[in-house]
Design a protein around this ligand. Sequence first.
Ligand SMILES: Nc1ncnc2c1ncn2[C@@H]1O[C@H](COP(=O)(O)OP(=O)(O)OP(=O)(O)O)[C@@H](O)[C@H]1O
Ligand SMILES: [Mg+2]
Length: 460
Amino acid sequence: MVDNEKLEVRESTRIERIGAHSHIRGLGLDDVLEARLVSQGMVGQKDARRAAGIVVQMVREGKIAGRCILLAGEPSTGKTAIAVGMAQALGTETPFTSMSGSEIYSLEMSKTEALAQALRKSIGVRIKEETEIIEGEVVEIQIDRPATGTGQKIGKVTLKTTEMETNYDLGNKIIECFMKEKIQAGDIITIDKASGKVSKLGRSFTRSRDYDATGAQTRFVQCPEGELQKRKEVVHTVTLHEIDVINSRTHGFLALFSGDTGEIKQEVRDQINSKVSEWREEGKAEINPGVLFIDEAHMLDIECFSYLNRALEQDMAPVVIMATNRGITKIRGTNYQSPHGIPIDLLDRMIIIRTVPYSPEEMKEILKIRCEEEDCQMQPEAMIVLSRLATQTSLRYAIQLITTANLVSRRRKSPEIQVEDVKKVYNLFLDEERSSRFLKEHQDEYMFSEIESGAAMEIN
Ligand SMILES: Nc1ncnc2c1ncn2[C@@H]1O[C@H](COP(=O)(O)OP(=O)(O)OP(=O)(O)O)[C@@H](O)[C@H]1O
Ligand SMILES: [Mg+2]
């Protein structure tokens, strides 16, 4: 028994991995939504962060739905990072779905179905339910086990509030719950009448002097007042997509765990929509429009864009945030060019947040944060070299060098990364520019080189 408990504790320690954006803990804004220079892992990019903060505020207040926001800017200017920050600022209560534009090309479902599911994953429904509970202080508890060791147990419990006291007979299932929770006289408990779930709220204040042996973590609570039976409102939050999956007969709720939901029929969705509107009118449910974030939005094609145009105008729509680093380019699926590869009519419905390239100081600050995140010690001189590299090559490349330089320095048994480590990995791993320069110089040694046709064109 004791061993089991120990095992459980061990299992619950989580290993946190370091990802590209794991240093981002929010948008780093103050109370008036002004961006602090460095906060919550975020550096610089003040205007975009402030704008993102206003969007977060509006989403939180539930004021806007069906709006579309575009994060546009050069590569590695923090668009994805800002979206991660927004998700964290919104917290777990508001649904935030994140996808890449290219995900719609999965073979399992049509593009518009993939978008429909993503949109519905981003809309929360808060369903209110009233349940009856019994809440009181345990005066006495008595559980009789049969002498043979097997068979039905019989139990009785006496519960009281400040005003009344009642005896209850306990069924076999509830007895199990009582034993699991180790309920004893002096505990304040609640019993959910529908599910039979027993939970311990703490120990009664009147018992606080009874035992010396109560642990420091024991919570003392007042004996409840009034009636023993109470009505309590519980709120469940689910997404429209979850309701869809549970109600589509072919898949059932197990599909929620495997993620293999397949296509969902339009009739199912229509039914759910009308049911949810009914609940809203009766005051049983509230809609909580969240956020759908589509990264690399230029990967969507014309069908998707026109689907989104329409979907955003519907009654229940989330806020859609897109990000792209493209300039004027072809809209996928057409021969027309458009800014960001997004049709003008959709752009017209969007508000655009621009991200701008970082100054050398900002890059240095980001690199410092990444060093902390990866638990690396870096000599100040090495940091200067690395941030110079970031301005000459790219921020992403410099971030990658931290991990590798750290490994190299550890091989030397050095406690911190020094200039020589950074130099070494800079020579070991090429950045994009050096690699393409090398390719240009050595093109004829590679397979399928296209230098001839390119050169010919230049001569003509
Ligand atoms: N303002 C910032 N504060 C802290 N870290 C940042 C900031 N901006 C970017 N980063 C980090 O720099 C790296 C590159 O940024 P990110 O991936 O967000 O760029 P992006 O704009 O999405 O680029 P792309 O257009 O190529 O997708 C990431 O590791 C990100 O976490
Ligand atoms: Mg990105």
